[in-house]
Design a protein around this ligand. Structure first.
Ligand code: ZN
Length: 172
């Protein structure tokens, strides 16, 4: 497993729409292993393949609070089947928008159909944090970031902060 660099806004690749994969083979599993290791190292609770520059519809996630008991989840070609009309608000952050957080409102539950790590079709009913996290990650597959839901003013403030932090960051 390899930790890969995570792309951050304003990298244009993050705005690309990811493509479905034909199935789950060794290549996809290797990618998922790398994504999971990258996510744990960041640390984060979810990561889409495009965040490491791979435009495939693949997501990894682990929302377990207990870090000694890992509960990785893998979503390949996920499709949302149902969304609740009732909304929930969470303060969201994103590994591609470092150190920035904002309250975002999304449907509080959803059903998602996908292929798992072994390429088997699954249907998951998600609510709470899991539902929010799935929707956040699925936005990445469409090239959407959580800051896109904010007002123009709020978004431009965040982008300004990001460009500042990038200019002073030293990577050695
Ligand atoms: Zn994100």
């Amino acid at each position: 497993m390899t930790i890969r660099p995570i792309l951050t806004e304003p990298n244009k690749l993050l705005r690309q729409v990811s493509k479905p994969v034909d199935g789950v083979g060794v290549e996809e599993q290797t990618l998922m292993n790398d994504m999971l290791e990258t996510m744990y190292a960041a640390p984060g609770i979810g990561l889409a393949a495009i965040q490491i520059g791979v435009p495939k519809r693949i997501i990894v996630m682990d929302i377990s609070a207990d870090k000694t008991k890992k509960e990785p989840r893998y979503f390949v070609n996920p499709v949302i089947k149902n969304k609740n009309i009732i909304k929930a608000k969470y303060e969201e952050g994103c590994l591609s928008v470092p150190n920035q957080f904002a309250e975002i409102e999304r449907p509080n539950s959803c059903e998602v159909e996908y292929l798992d790590y072994d390429g088997k079709k699954q249907l998951l009913k998600a609510d709470g944090l899991l539902a929010t996290c799935i929707q956040h990650e699925m936005d990445h597959l469409e090239g959407i970031l959580f800051i896109d839901y904010l007002s123009k003013l709020k978004k431009s403030m965040i982008l300004k902060k990001l460009s500042k932090s990038n200019s002073t960051r030293i990577i050695v």
